[in-house]
Design a protein around this ligand. Structure first.
Ligand code: F6P
Length: 340
């Protein structure tokens, strides 16, 4: 039975948002959904590029982005598409992307549209090391209200986000989002619509896995090593943790949301202020986590209250089930107090 033949009333992400947050935000989600389904298709068919004469979409694009990272062709494709489609929405004043040095502001009919009340901040294709190897990647987005200047609007704390979410391109493509009243998931169906498949999602209070790039453990602050050691040893509620690490934040977070546990990317010697980006990786996922009953910190502080000084700022990130995140936060706080 195709989704068209289904007897259940399907709710698309655009309909879901329109009913709860109005037409403006629904249009923003509509643009993200259209971009996501084209990105999904490009990724799904990427291996066939050479065969069908289109040329390979895998590999480096030849340029280096503002982060100093090699841009992949799929990064560029996803970035251009999201920028174009969001720019066509009269409700979007500007975008801020991982791939661009500064904001891209849109003019509608010769000037900024007074109805353009949103700025969309995104990482067009997260998980760059997995792009070419057919492993999960994702798009992460955050929607903020435009209040005066674009940069000032996006540098507000993460608590001010109007909406946030991600699309995971995996065995199925799933958009997980929040508009500030719980978390819902939409799965891309055969008719290329993101349809509601889960509502009121809750992250387990405690989970079975920790997720971290343990090759960096030698350069983490001691408190993180002790914390992970304690999880393995069953010191947190008697449970012995397993380890899972994909290396795509969206995929590692999605598993953590569904199964519980903790994802951590602590400070390292190479990246003492963290590796992950505050505005378009940590803030949106932290909003989703909190809305699902989980938590996120930068170590000691609630992540959504950490302030960015620049649009590409980085942060340490510990995100997941409340029990683990709170235990880590207390340990980091205790260490900081002992040092003082
Ligand atoms: O920020 C990009 C990213 O690829 C994330 O998706 C992922 O969590 C992280 O970097 C992986 O970093 P590393 O390769 O250092 O483990």
């Amino acid at each position: 039975m195709t989704s068209q033949e289904s007897t259940t009333k399907l709710v698309t992400v655009e309909e879901y948002v329109a009913a709860r947050a109005g037409a403006g935000l629904a249009e923003v989600f509509g643009a993200i959904a259209v971009a996501a389904r084209q990105i999904e298709r490009k990724i799904r068919l990427a291996g066939l590029g050479d065969l069908y004469g289109g040329g390979s979409i895998y590999g480096a694009a030849g340029a280096v982005n503002v982060q100093g990272e090699q841009q992949q062709k799929l990064d560029v494709f996803a970035n251009d598409l999201l920028t174009q489609l969001l720019g066509e929405s009269s409700h979007v004043a500007a975008i801020v992307s991982e791939e661009d040095e500064g904001p891209v502001e849109f003019e509608h009919g010769g000037g900024r549209n007074p109805a353009a009340e949103f700025v969309v901040v995104f990482d067009p294709l997260d998980g760059s090391s997995n792009i070419d190897v057919n492993v999960n990647v994702g798009t992460i987005f955050s929607v903020v209200r435009l209040v005066g200047d674009v940069v000032a609007s996006v540098l507000k704390p993460g608590t001010e986000q109007a909406a946030a979410g991600y699309v995971l391109y995996g065995p199925s493509a799933v958009m997980v989002m929040t508009i500030g009243s719980g978390v819902a998931a939409f799965t891309l169906d055969e008719d290329e619509r993101f349809v509601l498949t889960a509502e009121g999602m809750r992250m387990p209070e405690q989970g079975p896995y920790y997720s971290a790039n343990e090759a960096n453990a030698g350069s983490w602050p001691e408190v993180y090593r002790e914390f992970v050691g304690g999880l393995v040893a069953g010191e947190l509620g008697g449970q012995e943790y397993g380890s899972r690490y994909i290396g795509s934040l969206v995929a590692d977070f999605h598993r953590t949301l569904l199964k519980g546990g903790v994802f951590l990317y602590p400070p390292t010697k190479k990246a003492p202020r963290g590796k992950l980006r505050l505005l378009y990786e940590a803030y949106p996922l932290a909003m989703v986590a909190e809305q699902a009953g989980g938590a996120a910190v930068d170590g000691e502080s609630r992540l959504l209250e950490v302030r960015a000084a620049g649009i590409h700022d980085r942060t340490p990130l510990v995100i997941g089930s409340r029990t683990e995140v709170e235990a880590l936060r207390k340990a980091v706080q205790k260490t900081a107090e002992e040092v003082e």
